[in-house]
Design a protein around this ligand. Sequence first.
Ligand SMILES: Cc1cc2nc3c(=O)[nH]c(=O)nc-3n(C[C@H](O)[C@H](O)[C@H](O)COP(=O)(O)OP(=O)(O)OC[C@H]3O[C@@H](n4cnc5c(N)ncnc54)[C@H](O)[C@@H]3O)c2cc1C
Length: 437
Amino acid sequence: MAQGNINFDHETRGWVDLIPPRSPRLKLTSNLEAKWLVIGAGFTGLSCARRLAKINPNDQIILIDAREIGQNASGRNSGYAVAHSHFFGVYKESQLSQYQRVDRINQVGLNSLRSLVAENNIACDFKDTGIYHAAADNNSSKECDDFIDYLEKREINHTPLSQEQLQKHLGTKWYQKGVKVENGALVQPAKLVFGLADNLPSNVTLYENTPVLKMTVDKTNKLVVPNATITAEKVIMACNYESLAHGQPKQRVVGVTLSGSITRVLGKDELEKLGNQSSWGVLSLHRGGATVRLTADGRISIRNTAEYNNHRLLTDRQLLKRQAIHRKAFDNRFPQLSHVSFEHLYSGVEGVSANKTNIFKKLSNSLYFAGCFNGSGITKGTAFGMGIAEYVCDHESSLVSDCLATAKAGWLPPRPVLDVGAWFITRQRFIGVGKDR
Ligand SMILES: Cc1cc2nc3c(=O)[nH]c(=O)nc-3n(C[C@H](O)[C@H](O)[C@H](O)COP(=O)(O)OP(=O)(O)OC[C@H]3O[C@@H](n4cnc5c(N)ncnc54)[C@H](O)[C@@H]3O)c2cc1C
């Protein structure tokens, strides 16, 4: 049995704030017996519930979330739906099967999202034309060479870009070099999760604002939510770093808090100074570097801080301090737009494991966990959600085999050592970041 001392922070900053509000589904207020229960309605839980519903068309699938849709990492991320993960360092032939396995998982997630967006007409600015990776400093320029070599050896469709070419595409001279990986998409993450949640199959019932406060795991699982209990035969935890609150899986995931700012909508004359693309997204070739996007609605979004904040969002005061870091990065890249104000400021928490692996696990005969995507969970979370549903239903598939081959997440020490270690490791990602921040 595990019991959490849980406090779910709620706020609607960032991408959710850019779009019309959505009416949340009702809270659960009466006791319930369920065959299938999914906890957490981010990309992983939404995808898991959908797949369970498809495999078991005559069963009801219960999906519950402590918050409203979009108030989690899935609604707060930078919106890069990657097909090809960037493995730092030189290409290693011995790792080829690992590279291929991870990309197969990414591709399952990307294909699923692409189909769902098309089938349900989800207006989420889904732009399926690739992702830029760029280097501003010397360390990351070397990483750029290694990444291009990797892409060539793997025969992944890509376009290397010089400083001048990047300037033409993006309107900034800041990057020394880069590469565009042609497979991969950009999305408005909050619009996407709203759309996924509002188009669930009819045999999925979603309850929002319904936190699991306590869980007893046995032949049947008993869960306590405010004002009701749930008895469930099979439970799938898709609750990312907050699984810690239940002690499941024990001390393998920590929450790392990121922050970003989004400008006002740029005018026509300002957009003309930003290169020849209507929207784009740049990932940094340094682990601690900024992710920068020109969004479909003509804003620039920049995210470049990461810290250990006890698995919590940042307070207003903390956010305002971080915004100075966003501002500096913005002005460095776009001096021609230094008069443009930021309109939105937000933080989000991502699940990270000690050895940067993901978790796909049967915890008992009736309890499963999928999550922890180390900052890359749009496509992977979607695929892991499908995979864990298939696994629970004893379906054999190449996706399940690929997910099961995930390396075991490294052990993390208990608190307070965990807090110190997580703080320290998160700081390390900025070593040598230089102009990439
Ligand atoms: C700022 C930021 C930028 C990012 N950028 C990208 C990016 O560009 N591309 C990319 O691929 N990934 C990115 N990520 C990572 C990505 O957002 C996550 O990996 C992904 O959203 C995780 O999805 P999830 O469904 O596993 O978890 P979440 O989205 O965190 O959902 C878990 C849900 O579980 C619920 N929950 C937890 N505990 C309970 C409980 N006890 N009872 C009920 N409900 C509970 C929570 O409320 C939450 O809604 C980013 C993350 C952040 C924070």
